[in-house]
Ligand binder design. Sequence first.
Ligand code: HEC
Ligand code: HEC
Ligand code: HEC
Ligand code: HEC
Ligand code: HEC
Ligand code: HEC
Ligand code: HEC
Length: 322
Amino acid sequence: MPQQKFWKLVLPALLLLAGAVQAAESSPELLAKVAKANAECLACHSAAGLKAPPRAGLDLAKLGKLLVDDAHFDASNHTGMECTQCHGKNVSAYPHPADTRESIAPCEQCHAAKVMRVEKQIAGSVHGGEMQEPFTCLTCHNPHRGAIASRLKDARTAAAQDNKICLDCHQSGREMARVSGDAKARPDVDETHAWLPNTRLHWKAVRCLECHTASDKKPHEIVDKDKAERKCATCHSADSVLQTRLYRHQAVAEQERLGFLNSAVLSSAYVVGATRHPLLDKALIGMALLTVLGILGHGTLRILMALWRRKQKTAGKGNGHD
Ligand code: HEC
Ligand code: HEC
Ligand code: HEC
Ligand code: HEC
Ligand code: HEC
Ligand code: HEC
Ligand code: HEC
C-alpha cells in the first residue's frame, strides 16, 4: 500500500525532527527527564562516581580516564541531550558491550550538512595537507564541552575557549608529533608572534581566528602566515573589525558598559584615532572648547586693545590739532 510506504518514510523523519526540537527547547520537565537519564551514566563517569562507585569490582584506573564533567556538559553545545542519543541504548547495560566505542554516533548522523560544509573548509585550510593523523571534528571539538561563540555571549570566554584548541597543539611538541609526525613541525607561537606586543595578553583577549581567517563565517578556513592579519589598526581603531567578529554577539549597550568600547583596544594612545574612552572623549571636547574659548578670548582682547589704542591715538591727534 502506497500510504503505508509514505509513513514508513515520513515517520522516521518526523521523529528525528521532534528529537532535534526537543533538544533545542528546554522545558523543565524535559530537562528533568534528561538529567535523570544522564545521572545513570554519571553515577560512574564523574569525579563523585569515581570516589563512591555504585558497584564493586569496577576498573577504577580505567574509569578515572573516562570522566565527564556535568557542569561543562550543561554549558556545552550538546546541553539538553541524553548521553544515549550519541552512545546508544546498549551502553546503559554494565558491563558495557565490547563495541561501545565503535558504536558512538558520528557527527554527520545529526549534522550532515554542517559536516559537508566544514570538511570543505578544512580541506582548503592550512590543516588540509598531508598529515600523519588527518584532522577530524574530534581533533578540535569535544562533544562534552565547549560552546560556539554565539552561545557564550562573553568575548573573553570565547577567546579563552577557542584559543585553547589551537594552543594545546601549537604549544605542544607531543601533539604536533601526533598529528604531523614531526614535533618541530611548527615553532612555538609565542616566538613567531613576538612582533605582537603583550603576546600573552593578546592570546587572552583575541582569538587566533580573528587574524587567521578571512571571515567569521568560515572559522575552519585557517589561512597561513602570509595571508594572516598583521595591521594593528584592523582591531585598534574606531571601526575595529572586532565589532563585527568577536564582539558581535554582545549588545551594543553591553559593549559600551564594560567591554569593548571602553577597553584598551580603543583607548591605546599609540593608534591614531583610537581614543574612544568616554572620559577621554569628554576631556578632549572640554579641551577643544577651552581652546576655542581661549582663541575667542584672546582675539576679543586683541580687538578691544586695538580699538582702545586707536581711540587713545585719535584722542591724542585730536588734542594736537585742537
Ligand atoms: C556501573 C558503572 C558504569 C555505568 C553506570 C556506566 N559506565 Fe560507562 N564505563 C564504566 C567503566 C568502568 C568503563 C571502563 C571500561 C569498562 O570497564 O568497560 C566504562 C567505559 C565507557 C565508555 C568507553 C568505552 C571504551 O571502549 O573506551 C563509554 C563511551 C561509556 N562507558 C559510556 C557510558 C554511558 C553513555 C553510560 C550511561 C548510559 C555509562 N557509560 C554508564 C562504568 C560505567
Ligand atoms: C553529541 C554526542 C555525544 C553526547 C550527547 C555525549 N557523548 Fe560521550 N562521546 C561522544 C564522542 C564522539 C566520544 C568519543 C570522543 C573521542 O574519541 O575523542 C565520546 C566519548 C565518551 C566517553 C569516553 C571518554 C573518552 O575520553 O574517550 C565517555 C565515558 C562518554 N563519552 C560518556 C558520556 C556521557 C556520560 C554523556 C552524557 C552526560 C555523553 N557521553 C554524552 C559523543 C557524545
Ligand atoms: C545525536 C545527534 C548529534 C550528534 C551525533 C552530534 N550532535 Fe552536535 N548537536 C546536536 C544538537 C541537537 C545540537 C543543538 C541544536 C543545533 O544547534 O543544531 C547540536 C549542536 C552542535 C554544535 C553547535 C552548532 C550550532 O551551529 O549551533 C556543534 C559545534 C556541534 N553540535 C558539533 C558536533 C560534533 C563535532 C559532533 C561529533 C563529535 C556532533 N556535534 C555530534 C546533535 C548531535
Ligand atoms: C582546527 C580545529 C577545528 C576542527 C578540525 C573542526 N572545528 Fe569546528 N570549530 C572550531 C572553532 C575554533 C570554531 C569556532 C567556534 C565559535 O564560533 O566560537 C568552530 C565552530 C564550529 C561550528 C559553528 C560555526 C559554523 O561554522 O557553523 C560548527 C557547526 C562546527 N565547528 C562543526 C565542526 C565539524 C562538523 C567539524 C568536522 C567536520 C569541525 N567543526 C572541525 C574548530 C575546529
Ligand atoms: C592537533 C594539532 C593542531 C591543532 C588543534 C591546530 N593546529 Fe594549526 N597546524 C598544525 C600542524 C601539524 C600544522 C602544519 C601543517 C603543515 O605543515 O602542513 C599546522 C599549521 C597551522 C598554520 C600554518 C602555519 C604556516 O605555515 O603559515 C596556522 C596559521 C595554524 N596551524 C593555525 C591554527 C589555528 C588558528 C588553530 C586553532 C583554530 C590550529 N592551528 C589548530 C596542528 C594543529
Ligand atoms: C594579531 C593577529 C594574529 C593573531 C591574534 C594570531 N596570529 Fe598567528 N600569525 C599572524 C601573522 C601576521 C603571522 C605571520 C608572522 C610572520 O610571518 O612573521 C602569523 C604566523 C602564524 C604561524 C606560522 C608561524 C611560522 O613561522 O611557522 C602560526 C602556526 C600561527 N600564526 C598560529 C597562531 C595561533 C595558534 C594563534 C592563536 C594562539 C595565532 N596565530 C594568533 C597573525 C596573528
Ligand atoms: C585581531 C585584533 C588585534 C590586532 C590585529 C592587534 N591587537 Fe592589540 N589588542 C587586541 C585586544 C582585543 C587587546 C586587549 C584589550 C583589552 O585588554 O581589553 C589588545 C591589547 C593590546 C595591548 C595592551 C593594551 C593595554 O593597555 O594593556 C597593546 C600594547 C597592543 N594590543 C598593541 C598592538 C599592536 C602594536 C598591534 C599590531 C602589531 C596589535 N595590538 C594588533 C586586539 C588586537
